[in-house]
Design a binder for this molecule. Structure first.
Ligand code: FAD
Length: 399
């Protein structure tokens, strides 16, 4: 059960009427995803989260909404704008970060890798089925000993006649145990012994590929992350992604996912605010509703200010992306700020629910727990701080 109220057409946190800056198409996207979340996710999410279940049965419905590879043109994808994609992610994450993560891994990571770096044949083979939700993809970059610094990855791809042979291990790979195809990043060693990061499309039925879910988790319980073992995985020569400029290949996909997070985290924050507002309006203590106290109102005001500022930032970043003017450091601005404020909003909202706030009946602590993952993947707070520090000073402080 989830008692969080369905979101009214115009959110109360939209203090500056940002809604009036959205086009009819953008509002249509918002309303369609919001309706889906209210109908399919809100009534079930507490159970999925408690039982650590990823509800695979809703994948076709997300596909029908055009959410899978939403920003990709052609190949059965919806080809929507960056702002429409962002708005959809905000609504989806108001339901749960784990379900937004599914769309992110499938569309922004796995499908983007194929759309950006794949051959025409690879795109034709995989993208239409992935857009339809019939094929699930995953994206394997992180390793047990290579997280924030993927350049130290140990997975190798060695050429053996007409084949590539992959060996190594990946960790934290979303969807891997239910995926049909894995995009695996590995150091490809050529005949001269030179190693360069390249992407490979690995059907998960290939002998030597094993995915094991990581559990139990205290965050992202309605989604799947896995350890992957690659033991002598033999692939045909054309399994390699041909258009792949080294590590910039996976990084360009991560930027797509980071962009979705800029918006998505605000959905979790807004849902937590709504839960706190509704609760504080009806919960009586010391003879008055909690919302009547100045201390409560200060919390609500501070939360609403941060959400609205985050939305202004997300819309600006989205418009820049649609105009082809988005630079890497700008994505770091959005990812760092919006994850940071979202987790604070969720935690503050939880305080307003008192003891009841620690149950799964209410959303804020579930959202806050999920956001521990969101602030960690696609570049941690620290990594994005270092990106911005370098941008401001001209000095890299990564090492
Ligand atoms: C739920 C979830 C889903 C994920 N999904 C995927 C996926 O689908 N595919 C995939 O490839 N990966 C995925 N990841 C992995 C994720 O991208 C990594 O967890 C992330 O990059 C951080 O790496 P790490 O966990 O190894 O932490 P580490 O890199 O070991 O970092 C640990 C801490 O040290 C800090 N740190 C690191 N370097 C510095 C520095 N130079 N200065 C200061 N502090 C530093 C970090 O910010 C962090 O706080 C997922 C992770 C999670 C939790």
């Amino acid at each position: 059960m989830n008692t969080a109220p369905a979101v009214p057409a115009t959110a109360v946190t939209d203090l500056l009427d940002l809604e009036s800056d959205l086009s009819p198409e953008e509002l249509e996207t918002r309303d369609a995803v919001r309706e889906f979340v209210d109908r399919r996710i809100r009534p079930n999410i507490a159970g999925w989260y408690a039982d650590a279940v990823f509800p695979r049965e809703i994948v076709p419905e997300m596909a029908a909404l055009g959410l899978l590879g939403m920003h990709i043109q052609g190949y059965g994808c919806a080809g929507k704008s960056a702002v429409q994609y962002g708005i959809a992610m905000q609504e989806l994450e108001a339901g749960d970060s784990g379900l937004r993560t599914f769309v992110s891994v499938q569309g922004s990571l796995a499908m983007s890798a194929i759309a950006k770096h794949g051959s025409e044949e690879q795109k034709q083979r995989w993208l239409p089925g992935m857009a339809a939700g019939e094929i699930v993809g995953c994206f394997g970059l992180t390793e047990p000993t290579a997280g924030s610094d993927p350049s130290t990855m140990a997975t190798t791809a060695v050429r053996d006649g007409d084949e590539w042979v992959l060996d190594g291990a990946k960790r934290w790979i979303g969807l891997a145990s239910i995926a049909d195809v894995a995009v695996i990043w590995a150091k490809a060693v050529d005949e001269s012994g030179r190693a360069r990061v390249r992407g490979f499309l690995v059907p998960t039925s290939t002998p030597g590929f094993t995915a094991t879910p990581i559990e139990p988790k205290l965050s992202m319980r309605a989604s799947i992350q896995c350890d992957i073992a690659l033991e002598g995985v033999r692939l045909p020569a054309d399994a390699i992604l041909p258009e792949n400029p080294g590590l910039r290949g996976p990084f360009s996909c991560l930027n797509e996912a980071r962009y979705g997070i800029v918006w998505g985290a605000l959905g979790a924050a807004r849902d937590s605010f709504d839960a706190a507002l509704a609760y504080s309006q009806q919960r009586i203590q010391f003879d008055k509703p909690l919302a009547a106290y100045q201390l409560s109102q200060e919390k609500l005001v501070n939360m609403a200010l941060e959400i609205q500022k985050g939305q202004l930032l997300a819309l600006r970043i989205g418009r820049l992306k649609d105009a082809g003017r988005l630079e890497n450091h700008m994505i770091s601005v959005g990812k760092l700020n919006n994850c940071r404020i979202a987790i604070e909003v969720c935690r503050e909202a939880r305080t307003m629910l008192g003891g009841n706030g620690i149950t799964l009946e209410h959303s804020p602590l579930r959202h806050a727990n999920n956001l521990e993952s969101v602030r960690t993947y696609e570049g941690t707070d620290e990594v994005h701080t270092l990106v911005l520090g370098q941008h401001l000073t001209g000095i890299s402080a990564f090492r």
